[in-house]
Design a protein around this ligand. Sequence first.
Ligand SMILES: [Zn+2]
Length: 66
Amino acid sequence: MTDEHKTSLLTVRCPRCGRRAPYYGNPDRPFCSDRCRRIDLGAWADEDYRIPGPAAIDDEFADKSD
Ligand SMILES: [Zn+2]
């Protein structure tokens, strides 16, 4: 039985760039590379945390009211 050959050919599509990447032995699965994985994670993280907050203004007010 040579299942090894079969599994080594198994690939998944990178959700970031659409390139084919190996499924097995790929630490960045399902992404094709560490770069794509980081870009994707960074993209949603950036959007998620980019809510403009009045933190800076609040800080200024607190300083003046003292
Ligand atoms: Zn990719």
